[in-house]
Design a protein. Structure first.
Length: 296
C-alpha cells in the first residue's frame, strides 16, 4: 500500500495484523457519520465509527499524476445510519468522504488512503452503492468567467456580495396549502411585489424537508392568495404547518441588480456584449457609418 510508513508499516510487515477500514462522511448540512468494517466500534478524530452498518468497499484505484482516484462503497440501508429517505432527499449529494486504513488495536496507528466526495449514489433492494470521487476530480471542471450579458453570480454568494438576510428580501411562513410538493398557496402574504420571489430560493425549515432547497419558478397572485410554484417538487414530503423560508429571486439582468438589489457595483455580467446577429450585419446596412457606438 503506497505511502504507508512508520508504525503502521512496521505492523503490516509483521505478517500478523489487526487492521480494518474506516470511513468518515460529512454531509453539506454539517452532519458527520462514521463507519467501519471492523466487528466493533472505533473512535478517533472526534468521530465514532459504527460497526453495525454493513458497510464494505471495493478495490480503491489510485494513480500518480492527475488521474482520478475512484472507489465504491456499499452497505445496507438502515434507519439508524443511512436511510433511503435521506438519499432520496439528496442529503448525501456531494458529501465529503475520508477513508483510513486503521490498526483497530491502536487507532493512533492509521493511514489516510482516500479523501474525496460522493459522486453517483444508487439505492435499491435494501442497499446503497456510492461512487467515491477523489480530490483530483475537481481539476476536470471548467473554471473562469463566462462572457455573457446576464450576471454569472449566485445571489448572496461571495462574488455577488448581497446579504439575502436583509429586511424585505426574505420571509418565513408556515405552509398553508401544498399541491404535488411544488405548488404552495399563502393567504395575506403581502408586502412584496408580484414575482418578487421568482427565481428565488424556497427552503424547508422544519419537518421532513428541513435543510432542503428548491428554486421558485413562478410567484403570482390568484385573488388575495399568493401562489409560489417551484421548478421541481421538493425532494422530501412537505405538509401544511411546516416552516419554510422564501428568499427574493434574481433574474440576472443588470436592471434588476440596480433597481431591486441596489448592487450594480457587483454585477458579474457583460450587458454591452453584442449578440450573435451583430456579426452578420453588413457595414452598409447599419445606417450609421461614422464609427460610433451601435448602442447609441
Amino acid at each position: 500500500m503506497g505511502g504507508v510508513k512508520g508504525d503502521l508499516l512496521a505492523h503490516l510487515q509483521t505478517g500478523i495484523t489487526t487492521v480494518c477500514r474506516c470511513w468518515a462522511l460529512t454531509r453539506r448540512d454539517g452532519v458527520v457519520m462514521g463507519f467501519t468494517d471492523h466487528d466493533g466500534p472505533l473512535a478517533f478524530e472526534g468521530i465514532r465509527f459504527r460497526a453495525d452498518t454493513g458497510m464494505s468497499t471495493t478495490t480503491l484505484q489510485q494513480a500518480t499524476g492527475l488521474s482520478v482516484d475512484n472507489t465504491e462503497t456499499m452497505g445496507a440501508l438502515s434507519d439508524a445510519a443511512i436511510c433511503e429517505a435521506d438519499i432520496e432527499a439528496g442529503r448525501y449529494d456531494g458529501a465529503e468522504v475520508q477513508s483510513w486504513f486503521v490498526n483497530w488495536a491502536d487507532v493512533s496507528v492509521r493511514h489516510l488512503i482516500f479523501a474525496g466526495s460522493i459522486g453517483e449514489l444508487r439505492r435499491g433492494n435494501g442497499a446503497f452503492h456510492a461512487e467515491l470521487r477523489g480530490l483530483s476530480e475537481a481539476l476536470g471542471r471548467p473554471v473562469g468567467r463566462v462572457y455573457q450579458k446576464p450576471c454569472t453570480a449566485v445571489l448572496g454568494d461571495r462574488s455577488c456580495g448581497f446579504d439575502t438576510g436583509r429586511e424585505g428580501y426574505f420571509v418565513e411562513r408556515a405552509v398553508e396549502a401544498v399541491e404535488e410538493g411544488r405548488v404552495f398557496r399563502f393567504e395575506a402574504m403581502t408586502g412584496f411585489d408580484e414575482a418578487w420571489f421568482a427565481f428565488g430560493t424556497f427552503e424547508g425549515l422544519s419537518g421532513a424537508s428541513e435543510g432542503l432547497k428548491g428554486v421558485v419558478k413562478r410567484d403570482y397572485f390568484e385573488g388575495a392568495t399568493r401562489v409560489i410554484e417551484l421548478w421541481h417538487p421538493m425532494r422530501a414530503p412537505i405538509v401544511a404547518g411546516d416552516q419554510v423560508r422564501l428568499v427574493a429571486g434574481c433574474d440576472k439582468r443588470m436592471g434588476s441588480c440596480r433597481a431591486k438589489f441596489d448592487n450594480l457595483l457587483n454585477f458579474q455580467g457583460f450587458p454591452d456584449v453584442p449578440g450573435d446577429s451583430w456579426l452578420a450585419v453588413q457595414p452598409h446596412s447599419a445606417g450609421q457609418t461614422g464609427g460610433g457606438s451601435r448602442r447609441a
